[in-house]
Design a protein around this ligand. Structure first.
Ligand code: AGP
Length: 634
């Protein structure tokens, strides 16, 4: 499941001498009310299904529905859950298994109806675990990786008779990123959770305790929270919270007071979803890489169900997309063409079919779309398929239209992107394109497994480098605030830096409403340099000074050309590149990286710049004027 699913849990103690008729909203027995309200608070995340499980009597009761949360509400009205003191709830942002009722969480484990589990994240090694369980006679009700954990937990519980030790025993065998929560009818006074690389916080009440994927889940009931760390297991009862490591050592978690309002809680305390999503980019890239390499480092793209022989026969690749997604394709094109030695072009989806492109069964059309609903891109895919081309979708939204109408899909696991201006999806799209390029290069023999392995290692190192750029964001924010009244900004780049320049310009246009333009730096002297006059702000993305065909010296001379005409040069350069200082008003350094991967770092200061400038202008960065998150009209 995408790391951004919403999860909620509650455990309470029925008041002494509880009235004969249990009261669904009474302190201690309001599991359904609290969990459902928590799911509503998490509604902003977007999702494709939702469900609740409670301990009612000697069984666990589950209600779950695909679609919006109102569908679950209708289910609860038609077939109410019992009044209960322990419950868990989940809104799903699917990555494994289409958004159906069966694939919705909670998932039952075992066959006695006593255990239910919910899951955030991606269990990388679910396939062999599922095969082992099926060989042992377990029948699965869903296609999800999560149900594997549910059955493993049920088997472990049968041995230990205790949910905490059972949870401890299964997490030792799981690989990937996950938050797991579970209830068992034999232990109705508790909820047990485990987390690795996926968020989980504890809410502290009076005779009641809570768990959530973020504090928005329980902020209406308590503002006292406990922060959980990596590889920890938490057991909440009405009067206790116990935390241990996966190895079993006791942990004392940090307690803190949540002073945000509910709306701020949804943004994790960031001023906007856009800023939050900019900071989620290390995880977006890491989660997009998750589960796509074998233990020996070989690349595996399960979702690419196109006959390998056909993929070997491909003699042209055309990327179709719009806006930021198209710039992701522009960046990736350099790598795909370099690695696969297949002619690769990028065409704006709304132009594609009107140019009467030459397509046939040896053409691979790669569509890139965060929403999977962009009509221009969908129509391009339909046209390509009519012409006999094979279509691969790079998409962030499971079950959306474009992947459904493609021959194969590679999902970006960036989690729901709420802000209209695309940021984390952009980096995840580039990452997914690199995986596709490496897969094709490996399949076609252009690259040996060890070469692919080395590039994958470089990619695995990117999330930490993005984090370094984020940690140094204040410099860029100050530059943005100082430029609040600017009327025009130009962006220059070469090679993979050129689409980065265009993406930086698009960000500024769409959220700060400032005229901005991205240029290929070499194009300046062919006309655009006439735009430069005193004080004109110009961002320049400078490539690494190392590497075989460094374009570094050419870009530095472009900086000198614009500076000589009065431009204010803002340079993005690789750490240690002192040579640019002489020609720049400001230098923003990013960590070293292989030149083809540099856009994953170089674009981040430009995202921060546009977000901060728009914020300084008092604009709504999440919902900019005239724009929609998904353009579902042509
Ligand atoms: C980017 O910030 C914009 N929101 C827009 O250009 C967007 O990338 C484009 O509309 C494509 O959307 P999609 O990825 O959902 O297809």
């Amino acid at each position: 499941m995408g790391d951004m699913c919403g999860i909620v849990a509650y455990v309470g103690k029925p008041a002494n001498g509880a009235s004969a008729k249990p009261d669904a909203s009474a302190q201690g027995t309001r599991a359904v009310e609290v969990v459902y309200a928590g799911l509503e608070r998490l509604e902003y995340r977007g999702y494709d299904s939702a469900g609740i499980a409670v301990v009612g009597g000697d069984a666990v009761e589950v209600r779950k529905k695909s679609g919006k949360i109102v569908n679950l509400k209708a289910e609860l009205t038609a077939d109410p859950l019992p009044v209960a003191s322990a419950g868990i709830g989940h809104t799903r942002w699917a990555t494994h298994g289409a958004p159906t009722d069966a694939n919705a969480h909670p998932h039952r484990g075992g066959t006695d109806g006593k255990l239910a589990l919910i899951h955030n994240g991606i269990i990388e090694n679910y396939a062999p675990l599922r095969a082992q369980l099926e060989a042992g006679g377990v029948e699965f009700a869903s296609q999800t990786d999560s149900e594997v954990a549910a059955h493993l937990l049920a088997k472990a519980y049968a041995k230990t008779g205790d949910l905490t030790t059972a949870m401890q025993s299964i997490v030792a065998n799981l690989e990937g990123a996950f938050t797991l929560l579970a209830v068992h009818a034999d232990q109705p006074d508790r909820v047990v959770g485990a987390r690795r690389n996926s968020p989980l916080v504890v809410g502290l009440g009076e005779g009641e305790n809570y768990l959530g994927s973020d504090v928005a889940a329980f902020i209406d009931y308590t503002r006292e929270a406990l922060e959980l760390g990596q590889d920890e297991i938490v057991t909440i009862t009405p009067d206790s919270v116990e935390v241990i490591t996966f190895a079993g050592e006791s942990v004392t978690p940090r307690q803190y007071h949540v002073d945000w309002d509910a709306a701020a809680a949804q943004k994790d305390g960031y001023p906007s979803f856009m800023e939050k999503e900019i900071h989620e980019q290390p995880k977006a890239v890491a989660d997009t890489l998750l589960g796509r390499t074998t233990p020996s480092g070989e690349l595996k793209l399960d979702e690419l169900h196109i006959d390998p022989a056909l993929l070997r026969s491909i003699d042209k690749i055309i990327v179709v997309a719009c806006g930021t997604a198209a710039y992701a394709g522009q960046v990736a094109r350099y790598a795909i063409e370099h690695w696969c030695r297949i002619p690769t072009e990028v065409e704006l989806a709304h132009e594609f079919r009107y140019r009467d492109p030459v397509l046939n069964s040896k053409t691979l059309v790669v569509s890139i779309s965060q929403s999977g609903e962009t009509m221009d891109t969908l129509m391009a895919v339909r046209h390509a398929r009519e012409q006999g081309a094979k279509c691969v979708s790079i998409c962030n939204t499971r079950g959306s239209t474009i992947p459904r109408e493609s021959d194969a899909v590679i999902y970006t696991n960036a989690g729901p992107e709420i802000a209209v201006a695309s940021t984390k999806a952009f980096l995840a799209q580039i990452t997914a394109c690199y995986l596709l390029g490496l897969f094709l290069a490996q399949l076609r023999g252009n690259k040996y497994a060890d070469e692919v392995g080395r590039i994958l290692e470089d990619l695995q190192a990117i999330p930490a480098k993005i984090q370094t750029v984020l940690d140094n964001a204040e410099q860029v924010k100050q530059i943005a605030r100082d430029m609040e009244s600017t009327q025009s900004v130009l962006f220059l780049g070469r090679h993979v830096g050129y689409p980065v320049a265009m993406e930086g310009a698009l960000k500024l246009k769409e959220i700060a409403y400032i005229h901005a333009e991205g240029f290929a730096a070499g194009e300046l002297k062919h006309g655009p340099i006439a735009l430069i006059d005193e004080g004109q702000a110009v961002f320049v993305i400078v490539p690494s000074p190392h590497g075989r065909d460094s374009l570094h010296s050419k870009v530095v001379s472009n900086i000198q050309e614009v500076r000589a005409r009065g431009a204010r040069t803002l340079v993005i350069a690789e750490e240690g590149d002192e040579s640019v200082k002489a020609y720049a008003e400001e230098v923003i350094y990013v960590p070293k990286s292989p030149s083809l991967l540099a856009p994953l770092l170089g674009v981040v200061p430009l995202q921060i710049f546009s977000c901060e400038l728009a914020t300084a202008k008092g604009l709504d960065v999440d919902q900019p004027r005239n724009l929609a998150k998904s353009v579902t009209v042509e």
